[in-house]
Design a binder for this molecule. Structure first.
Ligand code: GRF
Length: 203
């Protein structure tokens, strides 16, 4: 399966995908990596793997619409079958989200529908959550609100701070994202309207 990956920063999820492909455990190829931040480490990881790495800076565009259109034109040029948002920190355009309905996923570091948006680990600690985790979901117009495909759960331990909790969640994010991508690549998962189907049955 041809994957386009969107990432704003470190790119450890991207690296997990690249490593899994290299190890032969994910039947996919990353055909382009896209970022809103030219200095994103994710772009370096892509270049090191010989993958087109494209940065588009929002500041170089007059409007949000113009940025979103240019980004998705660039994405369309590499002809992906699936767009994977892996630490992409910008809101996506509504038209583009609609056009990619069922063909775009996101990994979010919380047990959705809890703790949408930013600083999820801080949110979990402030709420006194005993459990926290990560979710992979199809992207829809509602921020972090699309149908959930899979989740990984971790305990919140006494003495945790946002950094220790983030590290524990991140450890689980990589296998969670890979397992989801394996199922998508095997065409075992699809989005039917608003519901996720697994092997032809509602999840
Ligand atoms: C991850 O926690 C991801 O869930 C969130 O941003 C972080 C990105 O990490 N959306 P990385 O760039 O993949 O290392």
């Amino acid at each position: 399966m041809r994957l386009a990956v969107l990432a704003s920063g470190r790119g450890s999820n991207l690296q997990a995908i690249l490593d899994a492909i290299g190890d032969g455990i994910l039947d996919a190829g990353v055909v382009g990596v896209f970022s809103d931040r030219p200095k994103a480490q994710a772009l370096e990881r892509a270049r090191a793997a010989g993958i087109p790495a494209i940065a588009l800076r929002p500041a170089d565009f007059d409007t949000r619409d113009a940025y979103d259109a240019a980004l998705f034109d660039a994405i369309a040029r590499v002809q992906p079958e699936l767009v994977v948002c892996a630490g992409y920190m910008r809101l996506l355009g509504a038209a583009q989200v609609e056009a990619w309905h069922g063909r775009m996923i996101n990994i979010h570091p919380s047990l959705l529908p809890l703790f949408k948006g930013l600083r999820t680990h801080e949110q979990a600690l402030a709420a006194g959550a005993l459990q926290h985790g990560a979710s992979v979901h199809f992207v829809t117009a509602e921020l972090d609100g699309g149908p959930v495909i899979a989740q990984a759960r971790v305990a919140v331990l006494p003495g945790d701070d946002a950094a220790s909790l983030a590290a524990r969640v991140l450890d689980r994010e990589h296998p969670l994202l890979l397992a989801t991508l394996q199922l998508l690549a095997a065409r075992r998962l699809r989005l039917d309207g608003a519901s996720v189907e697994f092997d032809g049955r509602p999840l």
